[in-house]
Write a protein that binds this ligand. Structure first.
Ligand code: ZN
Length: 401
C-alpha cells in the first residue's frame, strides 16, 4: 500500500545582498501584520465580545495597505502577509480547542524570523527557486535531492538566531507502507532520553554533554561583555551558534529514533506528559527533556500517520512508574531517585523499563476498548481541523508481551 503525504525538505541557502534585504523587509512586515491583527482580534473580543476571523483580518490588511503610514506593506509580496494571518487563525483555533495558550505578539528579537510563500508567490523550475519580488533564484545548498517529479506547494524562508538562512519546501510525496507487527511502550526519562518496554535504553545524542559545557562557557563570556558593545553582539551570535548546534544534533537524533520506532512497530504507546510536568520538577534538566519529548512526539505523530501505524497516547495521570508490570501491585511511593525496586511479588524492576511496560499494557488495553487515540492536528494551509481518525480497529496481530 502507498500513501500520498505532504513532506517538508529543508535546506540552507545564501542570499545575495539584495535578497537578504528584501527578506529582512518581508520578515518585518510579516511580524507587524501579525501583531496588528492579533491586537485587533484581542480588542474586538475583550471590548465588544466579538469574534474576528481570518476573512475579517484579511479585509483589514487590504485597508491598512491603503493608508499612508502603512503603504510600505505594498513593497513586499502580499502572500507571506496573508499566510501570517492564516497562522494567526490556526493559533486561535488551537487556543479555543485548549491545545495551546492565547497567541502572543511576535517580538523583533525573540520570535522566529520567517515568511511563507504559496505557489502564486514563487517559481520552481529546473531545480531553481525564485521568490516573488526577486529577480535571481536563491542560492540553495541541495544537501539531499528532492524526490523525482515532486515540486513544492509551499516555501518557507527563515533565518535563525545564529544568522543562518533556511528554505523549507513542502512537497507532495508518496510513501510505501510496509506492515509491521510489534508494539512498543516508550517512557521519557531524565537519566536516559527514552526507555523502551523491550528493556532498551536510549541515551542523549553524542557530544551533548560537551556541547552543553561549550554553551555554559559562551554564556559566561557573554555576561562579561559591556552592554551595547560590538563584542557583546559577537558573543551573542556565538551563544546562538552553540544553541543551534545542540538543537541540530538533537533533532537529527530524534528523527532517527522516531523513524526506527515507526519502521519496527505497528503500535507505539507514549505518555502524555503535559500536566505532570507543569506541576512538579521545574529543573533545567526537566525543561530540556520536556522540549525533546514534545519534539519527539510531534515527529512520531506525523510519521505514524505516514506509515499507517497506531500511536496511542495514554492518560496523563496514569501511574506508570508505581505499578508492578508483572503482578499489577501498586507501590505507594516512588521518589525520583529510586532507580530500581523490588515488588512484593519478588520481581526486581528497573524503574524506567517497568514504566515503559506499563505504558505499553495501558495502550493495548485502550486499543482493545476501541478508544484508540490518534493525534489530531491543525493544518495551517487549510485552517481546518483534520478529520477525526477512525480508532485503530483490529487488535489482531498485536502480540501481547
Ligand atoms: Zn509485582
Amino acid at each position: 500500500m502507498s500513501r500520498g503525504v505532504e513532506r517538508a525538505f529543508k535546506y540552507r541557502f545564501y542570499p545575495n545582498v539584495e535578497q537578504a534585504s528584501e527578506l529582512a523587509r518581508t520578515f518585518g512586515c510579516v511580524r507587524l501584520v501579525y501583531n496588528m491583527a492579533l491586537r485587533a482580534r484581542t480588542e474586538a473580543w475583550t471590548l465588544r465580545q466579538e469574534r474576528v476571523n481570518y476573512t475579517t483580518t484579511s479585509a483589514m490588511l487590504t485597508a491598512w495597505k491603503k493608508t499612508e503610514e502603512l503603504a510600505f506593506l505594498n513593497d513586499v509580496s502580499s502572500v507571506p502577509l496573508q499566510q501570517t494571518l492564516r497562522h494567526l487563525q490556526v493559533a486561535y483555533a488551537n487556543f479555543f480547542a485548549k491545545r495551546a495558550r492565547y497567541p502572543t505578539f511576535k517580538s523583533k528579537k525573540q520570535s522566529r524570523r520567517s515568511a511563507e510563500y504559496t505557489t502564486s508567490a514563487f517559481r520552481y523550475r529546473d531545480g531553481q527557486l525564485t521568490l516573488a519580488k526577486m529577480t535571481e533564484p536563491l542560492h540553495i545548498v541541495w544537501s539531499r535531492p528532492l524526490p523525482d517529479g515532486v515540486s513544492p506547494s509551499t516555501v518557507t524562508v527563515s533565518q535563525d538566531a545564529a544568522g543562518r538562512w533556511f528554505v523549507s519546501l513542502l512537497c507532495d510525496d508518496v510513501i510505501e507502507q510496509v506492515p509491521a507487527t510489534d508494539a512498543v511502550g516508550v517512557d521519557a526519562g531524565l537519566n536516559s532520553l527514552l526507555t523502551l518496554s523491550t528493556g532498551e535504553k536510549i541515551s542523549n545524542p553524542r557530544h551533548e554533554r560537551r556541547d552543553r559545557a561549550a554553551l555554559a562557557r559562551a554564556h559566561r563570556n557573554l555576561a562579561r561583555k559591556v552592554q551595547g558593545s560590538a563584542n557583546r553582539a559577537k558573543a551573542r551570535v556565538k551563544v546562538a551558534r552553540v544553541h543551534a548546534r545542540i538543537a541540530d544534533r538533537r533533532r537529527d537524533h530524534l528523527h532517527k529514533l522516531s523513524t526506527r520506532l515507526v519502521r519496527e512497530n505497528q503500535t507505539i504507546v507514549i505518555e502524555d506528559l503535559t500536566v505532570r510536568n507543569m506541576v512538579k520538577h521545574r529543573s533545567l534538566a526537566r525543561a530540556i527533556s520536556d522540549a525533546a519529548w514534545r519534539q519527539f512526539r510531534t515527529l512520531l505523530e506525523y510519521k505514524a500517520e505516514w506509515h499507517g501505524r497506531n500511536l496511542v497516547v495514554v492518560d496523563r495521570w496514569f501511574p506508570s512508574s508505581k505499578l508492578c508490570a508483572a503482578c499489577g501491585a501498586h507501590a505507594e511511593r516512588m521518589p525520583l531517585h529510586v532507580r530500581s525496586w523490588t515488588c512484593r511479588c519478588g520481581r526486581v524492576h528497573d524503574r524506567d523499563v517497568n514504566a515503559a511496560r506499563n505504558i505499553l499494557a495501558e495502550g493495548l488495553s485502550v486499543i482493545a476498548c476501541g478508544g484508540g487515540v490518534r493525534p489530531q492536528r491543525e493544518s495551517s494551509r487549510t485552517g481546518q481541523s483534520s478529520a477525526k481518525q477512525e480508532p485503530p480497529g483490529a487488535t489482531q496481530g498485536i502480540p501481547v508481551p
